[in-house]
Design a protein around this ligand. Sequence first.
Ligand SMILES: *Cc1c(COP(=O)(O)O)cnc(C)c1O
Length: 379
Amino acid sequence: MFTVSVTVPFVDFEPMHRPIQGEIETAIQSVVQRGDFVLGRTLAEFETAFAAACGVEYGVGVACGTDAIGLGLQACGIGPGDEVLLPANTFIATLIGVIHAGATPILVDCDPETALIDLEAAAIAITPKTRAIVPVHLYGQMVSPRQLLDLAGRHNLIILEDAAQAHLAEREGYRAGSIGTAAAFSFYPSKNLGAFGDGGMLVTKDPNIATKMRTLRNYGAPQKYLHTEKGTNSRLDSIQAGILHAKLPHLAQWNQQRYRAATQYDRALGPLNSKGIFPIQNHSGPGHVYHLYVIRITPAAPINRQTLQEELAKQGIQTGIHYPIPCHLQPGYQSLGYHNGDFPNSEALAQQILSLPMYPGLSENQIHQVVTAIKQILN
Ligand SMILES: *Cc1c(COP(=O)(O)O)cnc(C)c1O
């Protein structure tokens, strides 16, 4: 078997980590010296710093983004009997979080141009049992805060943002994590702010929700051996918190590099619009933090998505699909009762989307290589 060497990787951590290797090593050493491996000063300091970066007061570190959603909803008082709105085209963790909270997930279709939850469709799905909405700031672009607040205000809904792909994103004067009651972040390694392992955080303006979240993540115990809630063990390790805190001051600059790369892609791919290939639309200007750069290969294009992906792979250009199967069609979730055809925009996107290489440090030359390869494959 012969293997193609990678010319443009999908993600490369080296350009981010190499220049700050000393800062990261110092952070790790300081945790080892203090010995506060779980729930100590290192975590508390990062929680305060990250919440402040989101424009809110409280942060509660947990084991992963999935738990930030699931425990976060519980901390907001959501549970069995409550309906929670969420998009059908998101990473499965959004759905898992809602189910873990014990609530009933109500899936909603997306806007075909932005891939974000369609808030008009969400309004139609509201029933007397609907208590919350989990908007997903997909690919690094926020769902419109003004429209979200308007919808939530009219129907008295709790907003828990899934901001796992949108660290420091902005739109309409709001920062991701500051729109609603609370917001969930993931620090999975490939996220815009990534740990050297798993991690997550709930951020909130509400001190009572923060307190309840601290209890839930720590065996339901507000103090040692007193269990006032049916909690769990889900904490952000001090070593991960230390690494994330060392990386945090660089995040804005890394996001800018992502935005610049996206602008280059947009410009270079512009001529392909006439061939039925379009980028997912950005309605938030430089507030988009481009966790992913996603294009749509529509049926009008001369080749399909699979062929394009395979031909790029032959040239060593790695791409991804986020996500190939919408939540409602996943085999493990058929008991929710959804069917093919329920969310046509999400289903069409799943067939058409392709994520191109995107990371801080992706060079102009590499972008040129990717776009040149696409143009040559189309001809
Ligand atoms: C990554 C991600 C999550 C879950 O985060 P984990 O830390 O992997 O549990 C949730 N929602 C979205 C949209 C994500 O991209």
